[in-house]
Every structure is written in C-alpha cells, then in structure tokens.
Design a protein around this ligand. Structure first.
Ligand code: F58
Length: 834
C-alpha cells in the first residue's frame, strides 16, 4: 500500500498497552490481523470468540481507516497550508453506496484484508454484506456527487465535499400486495465506522428574526437580528483516491439544538417546551426529502438548505484561510460549485458575510461573489425548477431576501440598459416571479450570480441555452457551458464487475482504471473469437451471480438463457416505465390471444428497479401495475416460461452494482428533451449492455460513440416532440390507429391484471388516452419495432457480443475523471495540488 500510518515514535510495540505490534507502512496480512484484533478488543471491547458480525465489520472498517489515516491528516494539512485554489462542492445529496470495498480498493488493501480475515476464519464477503449503505440521496444527482468526490480524490484536486448528514436516508421500499410501502432508513442505528464527529468545529446557524439599519461611524449599514439558531456539527468522512496516496474529505453537517436556545426556555421553567425546541432544531437534518424531480416548497427543506450552506461557507472562511487573508483574493482561493439549486441560498449568505460582517462595499463584494460560484443545472422540467415564496423566505431569512432584492434590482437595471424598457423581457428574467405567488426563482439567482452555468450533457446544455434559460444566454452567453456527466470506473466497473475488469486488464493492462479512454484498446478484441467467448462467459457468470442475489434477497427464481432486459431508475412519468410495461403487455397479449406462438418469443427476463416519491400518486400506481403484470405474466403457463418480470424492491446502489454487470439490454427510454443526462445509461454501456434508447440526454453521446449499429434508437427527436406538442398532441389517435397498442391498453383496462377489477388501473389508462404528457403512445410503435430488432440481434450471439465489447471499448469518455477534468478546464481553473 502507498498509504502509511501516522505512528508517533513513542507508541511502539514496547508500549505497555500495545497488544498488537505497530504496523509498518508496508502492510502485511500478519500486521493486518494484529490491527484487526486490536480494534476488535479495544474499539469494540470484545474477544474474537464473542464478537458479532457487526463487531467484526466495525473492527475491519477501523483497521482500513487506520491505514488511510496518515495520508488523510497529511492532505488536510497540505490543503490548508498550500492556500492554492480549491473546490467546495456543495450538494444536498451524496448517494455513496457501501464504503468498505471502495476503501479497501483505494488503499490497495483488498487482498491483504481477505487473507488476514481468512486466517482468523472470517469471510470478507460475510462482513461486506453487513454494511448498510448510506443512502443520502435520491437518484442520479446524489450519485453523481458521490462519483465526483471519488474522481476529485483520484485526480488529487484540492477539494472538499459539503452536505447534510441525514439521520434517515432515502426510504426503504417494500411491496405490500404489489404496492409501495415506505419504511424509514435508519442507517445509523448500528453506528457508522466511517465517520468522525468534530463537535469542536461546530458552527452556529441563525434563522428568523428581523433586519435593522445602524450607524457605523457615519456609514449606515444593515444587519440581521436573528430569532433563533441551531448548532451545525460536522462529521468527516474519508474520500480516498484510487491507490494514489490521496485522501480528501466529505464533511456532512448534523443539526443539534444550541445550549443558549435550550437554556432560555429551561429558565422559563417550561421543560416540555425546551424538549420540543430541541426536537425542532434537530429535525433539520432528520430526513432526506424523498422527492425526485418536483420540489415541495416546504419550509423545513429551505432550513436544510440554508443550514448546510451557511455552515459550509463559515467553515471554509474560518478554517481554511491563512491568517490575515485578503478577502479580495477569494476568487483565486475557492470556487463553490452549486449542485443544482438546492445550495443557491449560499449566494446571498456569502454576500451577507462580506457586506454585513466583513464590512466590504457592496460592489466589491458582488464582484468577488460573481467569481466564487458556479451552477450546475440537472433538469429540463419546468416544474422542477425550485422557487421559494418570498413570505416564507423573508420569514426564515429576512436579510437574505433584502440581498436578493438588491441583486435583482441591479441585474434588471443592467437588462434595461441593454434592451430598453422591454417589460415582457424584464418580467421573464426577473429573479422574482410575481405569479402565482411572489417567489424567488433559485435557478435565475444562480445564473445571475454564477461565473459559469453548466448542463450535464450536450443536448441538455443546448436546450438550457435555447429554452429554459434562453434570455440569460442572450444576456451573458459567455457563462454557459457543458460538462457531460460521468461515472467512477472504480465502483461501477472494477468493484461491480471484477470478472470483466480482470478480462480487460488481461487484454490491455490496468491503466484504464485511471484513464478510461484506454478501453479503446479493446476494440480489436471484438474481432477475436476467443476474447468474445471469454466476454460471453463473464456475462453469464454475472447473470448467475445476480440470480443468487435475487434468490437470497427476495426469493426470486430466474431462468437461465434469457435476454436480461433492465430498467432501473427512479419512477417518473417522463422516464416512461409505462412504455416498457406496454411492451411486456403486448408480448403477453400476442401469445395469449394466439396470434404469436410462444415458441417464437425470445426468452426474456425484464428487471425493474424503481422508487416512487411517496407523494407521487401516478408513479405509485405504475409500480402497482408493474407488480400486477409480473404476477400474471410469470404464472401463465401459456408463456412457457419465456417471459418473466421481476421487480426487486428497494433498488439502491448495492443492488445496482449487481444488476448492471448482468444486463444484456439497457432501457433508456425517456421522452426526448426530458432527461437531462442519465448516468445509469453510462454504467450499463461500460459493462457491456446494449442500449435501447431515445435521442435524449447523454444517450445522444453514447450512440455517437458506440455507433448506430451498436445502439437501438427509437422514438421522436426533441424537435419532433416540440412540434408535436405545438400542433396539439392527441394520444387517443394513436390508440385508435394501432391495433397492437389498443389490444395492450384494453387488456390493462379489462382488469386482466387486477382480478377483473377495472377500476384499479383506470387512472393510468385514462391518463394515457387523454393526457399522456410524455407521449408514450406516440413512441409506442417505434419502440416495439426497436424491440423486434433487439430480438433479432440477440439471436446472433456472436454479433451481439461483438457489439457489447464495442460498447465497453468506446464509452471510456464517460468516466467521471473526464467530467472533473472538464470542470477544471471550463469552470474551476484549479491547479493540481503539488
Ligand atoms: C438527475 N436529477 C437528472 N434530481 O434527472 C439526470 O438526468 C441526471 O443524469 C442526474 O441528475 C445527474 O446530473 C436528479 O437526480 C434529483 O434527484 C433531485 C433531488 C431533490 C429534489 C429534486 C430532484
């Protein structure tokens, strides 16, 4: 390992308390055993013979942690000492996935740990299963943040991730009679061995109250007189780079009631009120909002946002700047990257600190602020753009609202200076919306304040400039740029697919792990029948492994020899799980109606994985329908076992790591112009699945790279969607004109999947026929035709495998290392840490 331990001279093996010898930096299995046992005895307080699986998992995690510690402390020291420009990544979500394997891999400790545990009669795999993944994110946005901090560490970029330590992460999904039921995710109930509480670094975060002006030696200034406050206690997590001796920090904030707050109420003698107040404060970091794509506008959500960004900004200013730092040099010292609009309240907070606390002139403060923030947008859905009613924002953060008003006034003055009194344009560009209620448009605030604004795939960035933020692109075109998303090859190839990784490394060496474009060197192997056979064998092994996981986890029995067709992502109408359901129902209907002999059906297993936001009724109905279709289709003997639908509950990062490497076909079927990027699409292609997809998000770039002949394209393009919408879309016309579509919808409507009860899925059916906002019916025929091409292609296994290899070889572009390099070149301009 290239990581050493920070062992002071005076604690050696001769120290009276040392049971285990101190490990040398070059670790060995024997030394690892000693450290593991030491941790078991001294951290857990148990003997090996009496230890539980949880004890052993903790002792193992602590041992791994200790090996990374010296480098972490060193990197913390260097980042502060060097005073070179660094990135503060502000994200309300980090969907980390399990940590143990990642940290073993990063530290180069996996083999040693396995050997060491085996010598104690412990299986590493058993301990692995013990980890509860920290599900501190909803979906793509949160997982992207986790991939980015991995790449930042691997590239050695001076950086810190800031976020919220939610006590409850994304809910655990269960199915009761096919319907989603949410259970709390108490991921911390057994403790987390990876975190370090730093109560001495707590920040006090204020809320409410009022503002006032005062005379400051002849200058009239504003200040905020808050009404209440909470403590933000940071927890640090190690973010090790991949075998490069680097360890960055993820710092997540937890809310705790302040003493002052308690005491005031305690002194008034109201014990119950004091406890209630404490609960109120601690609610701030209690639970992750399980929304996907539509913000809820709840006050607690705004509290969470301000809580974590204020704590982060103060943490940076208090702890990372050298003595006597000249604040006008901040743009050369830091860039705050805003992961969507959730952290945008950081902008007025930063201005408040500079103007009110540091007593800087407004214009000077604004000039600095405009260089210290950059904004990433992750959506195209208008209803997903966050807005905060001014009465709510003004109640919670009165001074921030004043600052936002002033930013807006000056911005609109500049707009007027450019375009004259074009009131329509001014209304459209104002940070303050007047209807339906006076609100702050957070995306506009971020665009006005940010040095750069980026979308997350080429098409998305273009549509942002052309549509969502079109007026802003006209006003400051130089701000807009693109950074196409990426995924970490360490977790999603090396760890998730060790067999394929081994095969790749055998063929081209292991340089691909940090330079994923080198997968290109695999291209010639697509023509090598021996390599194809080995590649096919890996896919088959991954399927068998998935079958075992699904059997153990949920009791599913999956047949061999099926095409494995996978759609895993949040449940949302724009992603169009309904289109996939219609394909399944059509196949089923074709056989049971006698039109298609079962023997002609390509054997397929369709796997769904999806959580629906708890308040999103239509999404929950679709989950119910998928389960209902599955239970009918799977048990109908007329299908002869050739079509299976499996919907394992609680799709999470851990399950993704098992499902993706086994997939043959990746479903990326959103309506064109709605999916900002997608990142699952990248993970599947890199693991050798072929994509069936629309020209949407990063699918466009995947198809360009892998080639049309290795991608199943279908559906309307974005301009076609826009035209169709403008003409007036009438879904019932498609129903009338397409007999296959009609048969599928009629079968659902007939109650065939609801024991004859026609009312159960009626809302889905009538939504499709009379509204169909995401044009499922318009793309149905094209989708079915593309699925027929899939069946034909799969029949030629040699050709399919050749395509699969080319998908792997040509998608190295989608490494999050490349995304981070793009952020550095186009937005951050941070030098690597020496
Ligand atoms: C996703 N957004 C995009 N939002 O939908 C996806 O296309 C993109 O690949 C990904 O970001 C990464 O850029 C997304 O996941 C959320 O989950 C928000 C959580 C908070 C509430 C609003 C949605």
């Amino acid at each position: 390992s290239r990581y050493g331990r920070d062992v002071p001279e005076n604690t050696s093996a001769t120290h009276p308390l040392a049971l285990a010898p101190v490990t040398a930096p070059e670790s060995s299995a024997d030394a690892f055993v000693a450290d593991f046992l030491h941790s078991l005895n001294f951290d857990r307080g148990v003997a090996l013979s009496a230890s539980s699986a949880n004890d052993r998992y903790f002792a193992l995690a602590h041992t791994v942690r200790d090996y990374l510690m010296a480098r972490w402390l060193e990197d913390l020291r260097r980042q502060k000492q060097s005073q070179s420009k660094g990135v503060c990544y502000l994200s309300a979500e980090y969907l980390l996935g399990r940590q143990l394997d990642n940290n073993l891999l990063a530290g180069g400790l996996a083999d040693i740990a396995e050997e060491a545990l085996a010598s104690c009669g412990i299986s590493l795999d058993d301990l692995r299963q013990h980890e509860v993944e920290p599900g501190l994110g909803n979906g793509g946005l949160g997982r992207l943040a986790a991939c980015f901090i991995d790449s930042l560490a691997t590239l050695g970029v001076p950086s810190i991730g800031y976020g919220i330590r939610y006590e409850y992460g994304i809910f655990r999904q269960t199915f009761v009679e096919g319907q989603q039921v949410e259970q709390p995710d108490s991921w911390l109930s057994l403790g987390s061995p990876w975190e370090f509480a730093r109560p001495e670094d707590a920040q006090t975060i204020a809320f409410g109250g009022r503002t006032e002006t005062y005379d400051d030696e002849g200058v009239t200034r504003s200040r905020w007189v808050p009404g209440w406050n909470v403590q933000a206690v940071p927890y640090n997590y190690m973010v090790p780079g991949f075998q490069n001796g680097r360890v960055n920090t993820l710092r997540l904030w937890s809310a705790v009631a302040t003493n002052a707050f308690d005491l005031r109420i305690f002194n008034s003698g109201d014990y119950e009120e004091a406890v209630r107040a404490q609960t109120f404060a601690e609610n701030i970091s209690k639970v992750l909002y399980p929304e996907d794509s539509t913000p809820q506008g709840k006050e607690l959500r705004l509290q969470q946002q301000y809580f974590f960004v204020a704590a982060s900004i103060h943490d940076f200013l208090d702890n990372m700047l050298a003595e006597g730092f000249d604040l006008s040099a901040l743009p050369d010292r830091v860039i705050f990257q805003l992961n969507d609009t959730h952290p945008v309240i950081a902008v007025p907070e930063f201005m408040r600190v500079l103007v009110d606390e540091k007593k800087m002139e407004w214009d000077a403060a604004w000039a600095i602020t405009r260089q210290c923030f950059a904004y990433t947008c992750h959506t195209l859905l208008p209803e997903a753009l966050e807005v905060w009613p001014v009465d709510l924002l003004g109640r919670l953060l009165p001074r921030h609202l004043e600052i936002i008003y002033r930013i807006n006034e000056e911005f609109l003055d500049a707009v007027r200076a450019r375009y004259g009194d074009d009131e329509m344009r001014i209304r459209n560009m104002s940070i303050i919306a007047e209807h339906p209620v006076r609100s702050v448009r957070m995306a506009y605030l971020a665009t006005v304040a940010g040095a750069r604004v980026n979308g997350v795939a080429e098409l998305h960035s273009q549509l942002l400039r052309d549509k969502v933020l079109g007026d802003f692109d006209d006003f400051f075109p130089e701000k807009f740029t693109n950074v196409t998303n990426g995924v970490t090859p360490r977790r999603f190839l090396r760890l998730a697919n060790p067999e394929l990784s081994g095969l790749i490394t055998e063929a081209i060496g292991d340089g691909w792990l940090t330079d994923l474009e080198r997968l290109r060197e695999l291209e010639p192997f697509a023509e090598d029948s021996g390599f194809r056979a080995a590649f096919g064998e890996v896919k088959a092994a991954n399927k068998r492994r998935l079958h075992e996981v699904l059997r153990a986890r949920d009791g599913f029995e999956v047949s061999d020899g099926h095409l494995l067709d996978v759609m895993v992502k949040r449940l949302h109408e724009y992603k169009r799980q309904m289109l996939k359901v219609l394909h399944v129902v059509s196949t089923y209907e074709g056989v049971v109606s006698g039109r298609v002999p079962a023997a002609e059906v390509q054997p397929r297993t369709v796997i769904f994985g999806a959580k629906a936001a708890p308040g999103y009724t239509m999404a929950k109905r679709i989950i119910h329908l998928i389960n209902a279709v599955g239970s009918v289709v799977n048990s109908d003997p007329r299908l002869d076992g050739r079509l299976t639908v499996i919907f394992p509950p609680n799709y999470d990062v851990t399950l993704a790591e098992r499902v993706i490497p086994a997939a043959d076909l990746s479903e990326q079927i959103s309506l064109a112009g709605k999916e900002a990027s997608g990142t699952g699409n990248m993970k599947f292609a890199l693991n050798g699945a072929l994509t069936i997809g629309t020209d949407d998000g990063a699918n466009v770039e995947i198809r360009e790279l892998v080639g049309d002949e290795n991608f199943f394209l279908f559906g309307m393009s974005e301009p076609e969607v826009s035209e169709s919408a403008a003409r007036g879309y009438r879904p019932s016309e498609f129903y009338q004109e397409d007999a296959g579509l009609r048969a599928a919808i009629d079968l659902i409507a007939s109650g065939a999947f609801s024991r004859g009860d026609r009312s159960v899925f009626e809302p889905i059916v009538s939504n499709l026929l009379y509204e169909d906002r995401f044009m499922v019916l318009a793309d149905y025929a094209s989708y079915i035709a593309a699925q027929e091409r899939v069946d034909d292609a799969y029949a030629d296994q040699e050709a399919w495998t050749r395509s699969a290899i080319l998908n792997v070889a040509r998608t190295g572009f989608f490494s999050s290392d490349r995304s981070i390099r793009d952020y550095i070149d186009r937005i951050w301009h941070t030098p690597p840490l020496a």
